[in-house]
Design a binder for this molecule. Structure first.
Ligand SMILES: [Zn+2]
Length: 235
C-alpha cells in the first residue's frame, strides 16, 4: 500500500521508511504476532499482579526511537477512558504500542486509516481491540440514554448494532448484565468492522500477516479477558 501519496502521510506521523539510517534493532522490530501477543499477556500479568517493570522508558529509549523510528509490536484500538491506558496495563513503553483510542473503541474511518498505517507502513503484526468493564459509551447506548448531536450519534452507530445483537439473542438481560454482554459484543463488532471495513487490513489478515484479537479489560482488577483470535465468518 506504499505509494507516492503516502510519503506525506509518513512524514506527518514523524517517521519515514525513506529516512531510517542503519538502525539498531529496537526490541519489538522482529517479533511475530504470536510473540507480540505473548508479550502483551505477560505485561498485563505483571501489571495486574502489582509487579510492572516499566520497560522501554528513559532518555536512551527516547533517543533510539526518535532517531531510528518506531516498530510497535501491536496496534491497540482501545477506549479513550482515562483508566484504560494501553502502555500501563500491558506494561509496555515508548514505541511499543500504536494507540488508536476513541470512546467505545469503535472502528470508523479514521480509526481504520490509523490501523492501516500501522500495518502497512510500520509492519505491526498484531491488532488488539480492547474493550473494558463499565464502559460509559456502551452503557449509555445499552441504557437508551439520549446522545445529543450528530457526532455522538455517529459514534454510537456501531455500539448500537452490538447492543441490539445482544438484546436479540439474550432478551432476558437487563441492567449490568446487559452492559457487560454488550461490551464484549461491541469488541466483536469492532473486530468485524475492521475486517469488513478495510480492504488493506482484510488482505493482511487473510494472508496471516496480521493477527486480530479482542480483549476486555477489568477496571477493578487490572486483568484482561482475552477472546479467541478473530476468524472471518464463513461466506
Ligand atoms: Zn469506554
Amino acid at each position: 500500500m506504499a505509494s507516492v501519496a503516502s510519503v506525506g502521510f509518513l512524514s506527518l506521523l514523524g517517521t519515514s521508511a525513506f529516512s531510517s539510517p542503519q538502525k539498531p534493532a529496537v526490541s519489538s522490530e522482529k517479533l511475530s504476532a504470536t510473540q507480540s501477543l505473548a508479550d502483551l499477556k505477560a505485561g498485563n500479568q505483571r501489571y495486574s499482579s502489582g509487579h510492572p517493570q516499566h520497560p522501554h522508558e528513559g532518555v536512551k529509549r527516547l533517543q533510539d526511537t526518535a532517531l531510528y523510528g518506531q516498530h510497535p509490536k501491536a496496534v491497540v484500538l482501545g477506549c479513550a477512558d482515562s483508566r484504560v491506558s494501553p502502555e500501563l496495563l500491558f506494561d509496555q513503553g515508548v514505541g511499543d504500542i500504536f494507540d488508536v483510542r476513541v470512546a467505545g473503541n469503535v472502528a470508523n474511518k479514521d480509526e481504520l486509516a490509523s490501523m492501516e498505517y500501522a500495518v502497512g507502513h510500520l509492519h505491526t503484526p498484531l491488532i488488539v481491540v480492547l474493550g473494558h468493564s463499565k464502559c460509559g459509551a456502551v452503557t449509555a447506548v445499552a441504557s437508551g440514554e439520549y446522545l445529543p448531536g450528530p457526532n455522538l450519534n455517529s459514534l454510537a452507530v456501531h455500539i448500537t448494532d452490538a447492543v441490539n445483537a445482544v438484546k436479540k439473542t439474550k432478551p432476558e438481560l437487563k441492567g449490568d448484565p446487559l452492559v457487560a454482554a454488550s461490551i464484549e459484543a461491541n469488541v466483536q463488532e469492532s473486530l468485524e468492522d475492521i475486517y469488513q471495513g478495510s480492504e488493506a487490513l482484510r488482505s493482511a489478515i487473510d494472508k496471516k500477516e496480521v493477527l486480530l484479537v479482542g480483549a476486555v479489560y477489568d477496571l477493578k482488577t487490572g486483568h484482561i479477558h482475552w477472546l479467541p483470535a478473530y476468524t472471518p465468518k464463513a461466506k
